[in-house]
Ligand binder design. Sequence first.
Ligand SMILES: Cc1cc2nc3c(=O)[nH]c(=O)nc-3n(C[C@H](O)[C@H](O)[C@H](O)COP(=O)(O)OP(=O)(O)OC[C@H]3O[C@@H](n4cnc5c(N)ncnc54)[C@H](O)[C@@H]3O)c2cc1C
Length: 395
Amino acid sequence: MTSTSTPTAASGHAPAPHYPIAIIGGGLSGLLLARVLIAGGVDATVFDLESGPEARGQGGMLDIHEETGQAALRTAGLHAEFRAKVHPGGEAVRVWDKAGTLVHDEPDTGDGDRPEIDRGDLRALLLASLPPHALRWNSKVTGARPLGAGRHEVTLADGTVFTTGLLVGADGAWSRVRPLLTPAEPAYTGISFIEFDLKDADARHPEAAAVIGDGMCFALGDGQGFLAHRETDGSLHLYSALRVPEAWLDAHDFSDTERTRRLLLDAFADWAPHLRALLDGAEDGFVPRRIHALPAGLTWDRVPGVTLLGDAAHLMSPFAGEGANLALADAADLGTALLAHPGDTEAALAAYESVLFPRAADTAAMSAASLDMLFGEDPTRRLVDVFTGAYDPQG
Ligand SMILES: Cc1cc2nc3c(=O)[nH]c(=O)nc-3n(C[C@H](O)[C@H](O)[C@H](O)COP(=O)(O)OP(=O)(O)OC[C@H]3O[C@@H](n4cnc5c(N)ncnc54)[C@H](O)[C@@H]3O)c2cc1C
């Protein structure tokens, strides 16, 4: 049974509470795993460093693919809830070159297999599918150590500890669980994003809304560009992407909105005026973000009682749009494997990892190839060839 007591201080006399299955991280992968297990009659507890479900804006749109993300939502019994939150029109795609020519304009015909959902809506429906006792907020894991026989002791930032029979690292890019399995760490991909939003776009930023259209929009050239989405709340979410050294972000103060705007306008100095003008409307400031990835094809030897899901297992650049889909697929596969092997955790983990490793390797290679395509030579022609089926970035 899941412990219902509060974790006790390491120095206290009471024994540390024990959780049969502890999932570290309440992102998409951790929540979906908990849902599959609990719906299957197996208790699991999710520990997240956030103070609560609304602590952090989720932002961004995700297209959820039939064979991975949607299949996982079916396994979790949540596909109907997902369909109800799909963003109509969100599968539209536009591609501009830096000279300002619209080289591809594909409407959402409503029959695509990659429906878009707001990341916050997806997380909210996963959270709503769980009983409150399955979620432990304010629980930042700082470390974990093996106790033998597949058990682990987990330490939280407030000094409390607990033990678990199965430790699942669903704690994202900078996982605290991953070192139990591999010394691998994320490395900078060479691309940095500076993100910004244009609120109430149709009324307040009609020119930008007309450039971006109803769904996803790319403007690319010379190893940089804009990647943008229309969101369900009528805002536009944009990433200006630059191929810059890792230290470049440290050299600038992005909290100064006007200086950042000038910096970006300089970086896009020879771009078409209507593309540069996308930067004009950013009122709420700019947020810098380096894009990191784990080595493609990362695996580890089986270590009793611990495994990884999602970005913790295979962080990759977002340019194939697969990270969230894989996170959901991993979670469904691990949950299914655990339900199929009651009482034999190691058999379940081996079965899960035999699917995880090759799938993640293929997709990481695809993400790396997509990065080269978007920020390499002749990006708009190659991207349009992908959308028309004439080019396979992995081929
Ligand atoms: C800019 C950008 C755009 C993207 N666009 C797409 C896209 O279009 N399509 C797509 O499929 N994917 C996309 N991705 C990738 C996608 O966001 C991730 O792959 C996905 O969110 C991974 O889910 P996860 O559950 O593994 O990890 P996360 O979503 O990162 O969740 C990890 C959770 O762990 C918690 N946590 C972290 N550390 C600790 C700790 N020490 N203790 C306790 N809790 C902890 C965090 O609070 C968080 O809730 C994008 C990523 C980026 C950066």
